[in-house]
Write a protein that binds this ligand. Sequence first.
Ligand SMILES: [Zn+2]
Length: 82
Amino acid sequence: MTNFCENCGATLTPNAKFCISCGHATSQELVIQQSGPPIPSPNQKKPLYKRWWFWLIAFAVVGLIANIIVNVIIPLENSVGG
Ligand SMILES: [Zn+2]
């Protein structure tokens, strides 16, 4: 790959940082390497409903509420209603 000086048109070596004829900096070194956008990490936070313990707790709470209804509320209604 042969480069030419933008200033004077002299032939530059591929790895030349400056023109050997006029000292003009080559365009390769003028390119500013911009950092790209941050790569999203694969370990993104999962939604709560996708976690196994969420359903474990949910069923435990539902079972507890059902247990209270069957063992506490229904006997109370039966005793009061007569
Ligand atoms: Zn030059």
